[in-house]
Design a binder for this molecule. Structure first.
Ligand code: ATR
Length: 289
């Protein structure tokens, strides 16, 4: 189904290690085909130690845009010509856009998550939010929540020091006396006020395929405090976390739409097109096959 390739075809690609299971070619090649863009999207497996060569080589080969995935999202930053302020705050870049002198780095993961949440009808503004996890993804989620006007973020993590360091960093950005973010040991969830219901964003790696039967918190009493659970994992499509949220009457979503919209926003940056909801739905359908 790849578009007809000819001498005018522009190339975009994904660099990472591994890249073999990526769904990004489905997203970008479907968008290109439907919108009549002469663009091909190809995954490139980049070996450890070859990242700088890969970015320079991509520029020399006139690649229009590049997505960056694990493990290079932070490592790629020194090889950029410019960086968008949001990506710089988050400290991770997943999209490179060609400029005259090199590539400018963006983060479309968090805008992608926000757009996915809007599409799913999940409100962020004014909400009290629990973040499960304190890795790179959780840190980015905390920045996004602050940016989009959430009321409060409580970061729960096994290693509470990591949660605290994210909370300190985010609170520092607000420049206000009122603390936006707090840290809590993941075992201390029962100290959360009873009767409060939160939006919970699952940003740990627990429950990811093939570890499908696991959730970072198993206790049903935790899930009584959750009105909406958003798991950033998309494989399996129904995670244990989602099942536990639903079992207590909450709404649950997986990370597939975040993946969809990070791709759509990258495509919009590369081509200047605006991807409308009907087309996003069509791409989403293709991703499920
Ligand atoms: P990413 O960059 O994708 O966020 P990461 O930095 O490795 O990945 O973070 C993984 C997160 O999952 C961390 O919050 C980690 O908790 P610790 O900071 O305590 O290591 C969490 N995590 C992974 N395995 C876990 C487990 N078995 N139980 C609880 N938390 C776990």
């Amino acid at each position: 189904m790849l578009n007809d390739i000819n001498g005018y075809t522009r190339t975009c690609g994904l660099i990472g290690n591994p890249v073999e299971h990526t769904l990004s070619p489905v997203i970008h090649n479907t968008l290109s085909m439907v919108l009549g863009k002469n663009l091909a999207y190809v995954p490139f497996h980049v070996e450890t130690g070859r990242l700088e060569d890969a970015v320079k080589g991509a520029f020399a080969l006139n690649l229009l845009g590049i997505n960056v995935t694990v493990p290079y999202k932070s490592d790629v930053i020194p090889y950029l010509d410019d960086i968008d302020p949001l990506a710089s705050n988050i400290g991770a870049v997943n999209t490179l856009v060609r400029t005259e002198k090199g590539y400018k780095g963006y983060n479309t993961d968090m805008p992608g998550l926000y757009r996915a949440m809007c599409e799913d009808g999940v409100k962020v503004k004014g909400q009290k939010v629990l973040i499960l996890g304190a890795g790179g993804v959780a840190r980015a989620v905390a920045m996004m929540l602050l940016d989009k006007g959430a009321k409060e973020a409580i970061i729960l993590n096994r290693t509470v020091e990591k949660a605290q360091s994210i909370a300190d960093e985010v609170n520092h950005l607000t420049g206000k006396k009122r603390k936006f973010a707090k840290a809590l040991s993941i075992d201390a969830y029962d100290t959360l006020p009873e009767g409060e219901r939160y939006l919970a964003i699952q940003a740990t790696s627990v429950g990811m395929y093939p570890d499908c039967d696991a959730a970072v918190i198993e206790d049903p009493t935790f899930y009584k405090r959750v009105h909406t659970g958003y798991d950033l994992i998309f494989n399996p499509p129904k995670t244990r976390f989602m099942e536990l949220v639903e079992a207590q009457g909450g709404e649950a979503y997986n990370g597939a739409k975040m993946l969809l919209y990070q791709g759509i926003i990258a495509f919009e940056l590369w081509t200047g097109c605006q991807v409308e909801p009907w087309l996003a739905d069509k791409v989403y359908e293709r991703m499920q096959k």
